[in-house]
Design a protein around this ligand. Structure first.
Ligand code: CTP
Ligand code: MG
Length: 177
């Protein structure tokens, strides 16, 4: 029998694993105006490559916050492996977010307009991909299995929607999604 404590422990573990990536993905929202990564360039289809929502400043803030979470883990558990894990997970998250924006622009969806699933999960997929390719999940002793991945996707989806709504209510974001 699986008890309530096992379940809560599992959920806490999933949030723990993905919190650096979530911090990396969410923190760039504080960048009001920055230098676009695509430098304003237009793609073959006549639309922006990425758009004004992806900036270098956002990348920097995302790396700092994501790796910052990992540094707190490292201090708390006395293991530097968390720093490199969170750095790679954050790079994956930011890369996935950029690829998501690239896909949105190709589909003709303007910067900031909603793209269900893509908006919430592109960062998540690439954070997982990079961590798995480098086997850094193993290095921190939290091997990500299919269950962790699937439950994490649901948690990330719900958190993404609720935090964006919260950021909108607080006036940090101009749209609630
Ligand atoms: N942001 C940034 N640099 C990044 C990622 C995000 O500066 N690399 C900032 C932008 O101000 C962006 C905000 O965080 O508007 C919210 O991020 P996100 O929702 O991912 O961007 P959108 O504005 O929705 O743009 P897109 O449609 O391209 O995803
Ligand atoms: Mg958005």
């Amino acid at each position: 029998m699986i008890g309530i404590n096992d379940l809560l422990g599992f959920l806490a573990n999933v949030i723990f694993i993905y919190f650096p990536a979530m911090a990396a993905n969410g923190s760039p929202v504080f960048i009001r105006r920055g230098t676009p990564i695509d430098l304003g360039k237009i793609f073959l289809d006549g639309r922006r490559v990425l758009g004004d929502g992806k900036t270098y400043e956002g990348l920097l803030v995302g790396i700092m916050f994501g790796t910052g979470v990992g540094s707190i883990y490292a201090a708390a558990f006395n293991s530097s492996a968390y720093v490199i894990y969170s750095l790679v997970s954050s790079i994956g998250a930011l890369l996935g977010d950029i690829i998501g924006a690239f896909i949105k622009r190709r589909l003709g969806i303007p910067r900031g307009a909603p793209a269900p699933l893509l908006d919430q999960l592109s960062f998540y997929l690439f954070a997982n991909l990079l961590v798995k390719i480098t086997a850094l999940d193993r290095s921190i002793g939290h091997v990500i299995g299919l269950w962790e991945f699937m439950v994490g996707a649901v948690i990330v989806y719900i958190l993404h929607i609720s935090t964006n709504w919260g950021a909108y209510k607080l006036g940090i974001k101009s749209v609630p999604y």
